[in-house]
Design a protein. Structure first.
Length: 372
């Protein structure tokens, strides 16, 4: 039976505000409380995309933490897939506000017990992407392509034939819905964070189109064959990205005066432009064009806990979409986190202390399904 939205006050901590989810402190700068990550690459030959395009070699970069374990029947029982958002990488989940809350001894995803998989999606991080050299000749991938590539990485390279949990943030949350429909018997539980299971439309689509148009309309973009980054288009794109990931309460605390606000804005935009590539960003947002799990939500079998925050500008609760759609998920529940002094809008999804109680509940309630 589906359970509709619950609004329960929770304690929150610091969070990144942008949808690129950059993290402030790496594991090399602090004491890690979980096993050392293992880094790797997997190349899929002649990968065919939904568009009909083919890439001779698709490289997928990934991190894993822990060791996979199989039961007596040969089924992997402890694998956890965690997927990043637009412009992010698997390495972002090593941030203190995520890994130190979940991966340590006795924590919910204790990496001495679980096998944690953190891939870089197609077009992101150190996986194959347009900026590697193909530019606009790179295949025009979709979310379905990204999920298929992850599935092949997990099954072919890592030898995992079942997942205890599939979860993701933002774009990774949308990928979680796709995973649930495409491979309904492959996982025990699903946790999409900061997402909706419907076609991207309305303001969300318009903001994405504004980003893409800003890049394409910059004369120096040169149809993707620029020699230096098209700064005008990228600056406009970063303006939209800043607003997409914004939240008024924390921003006003960080920039309580005119001069502080001006400095805050200038530093954020400059940093965003410097670390981004125009073609990669164009593909980031174009890849969501065919996303729409809504028509087949009934295919999802595993218990699903969808988590959104009330101050998320990208997924505004006033649309009522989640309350409507979650009714069609047999074992689905929707939780709407309330606005507090510590929430950070869309970026709230990466602060594990906020929603870890719901993750605990999901793992406990789905354990009985682990032998499905």
């Amino acid at each position: 039976m589906s359970i509709l939205s619950t609004r329960i006050p929770l304690t929150l901590i610091i969070v990144v505000a942008t949808c690129t989810l950059a993290f402030s402190q790496t594991t090399s700068e602090r004491q890690r409380n979980y096993p050392a990550p293992v880094e790797g690459d997997y190349t899929i030959n002649d990968f065919k995309f939904r568009s009909g395009e083919t890439l001779p070699e698709l490289k997928l970069h990934y991190f894993t933490i822990g060791t996979p374990a199989k039961d007596n029947s040969g089924v992997t029982r402890n694998a956890v897939l965690i997927m990043h958002g637009t412009g992010g990488t698997g390495a972002q989940f090593f941030s203190a506000q995520f890994a130190d809350i979940l991966f340590g001894p006795g924590q919910l995803l204790d990496a001495t017990k679980y096998f944690i998989i953190l891939p870089d999606a197609i077009g992101h991080g150190r996986s194959s992407k347009p900026s590697n050299g193909l530019h606009l000749k790179f295949p025009h991938y979709t979310y379905d392509d990204m999920v298929l590539a992850q599935y092949r990485l997990i099954t072919e390279k890592l030898g995992v034939n079942h997942l205890r949990l599939v979860m993701g943030t933002s774009m990774g949350g949308m990928h979680t819905w796709v995973w649930g429909e495409t491979y309904p018997d492959f996982m025990d539980a699903l946790m999409p964070l900061a997402s909706m299971p419907v076609e991207i439309a309305g303001r969300n689509r318009i903001m994405r189109k504004m980003i893409m148009d800003a890049i394409r309309n910059d004369p120096s973009w040169n149809n993707g064959e620029y020699k230096t980054q098209p700064v005008q288009g990228m600056t406009a794109a970063q303006n939209i990205l800043l607003l997409m990931g914004s939240a008024p309460l924390p921003w006003h605390k960080q920039a309580p005066t005119r001069d502080a606000a001006d400095k805050f804005y200038e530093e954020r935009v400059k940093s965003g432009v410097m670390r981004s590539d125009a073609n990669d960003m164009l593909y980031y947002f174009d890849s969501s064009r065919e996303y729409n799990p809504s028509p087949t939500l009934e295919k999802i079998k595993a218990p699903l806990m969808a988590i959104n925050s009330a101050d998320d500008l990208i997924n505004p609760p006033e649309l009522g979409i989640m309350e409507r759609e979650i009714k069609r998920v047999k074992n689905g529940r929707y939780v709407l986190l309330p606005i507090t002094d510590q929430t950070r809008g869309h970026g709230t999804h990466t602060i594990a202390s906020i929603w870890q109680g719901y993750l605990k509940e999901l793992l406990e309630n789905s354990n009985q399904n682990s032998d499905r």
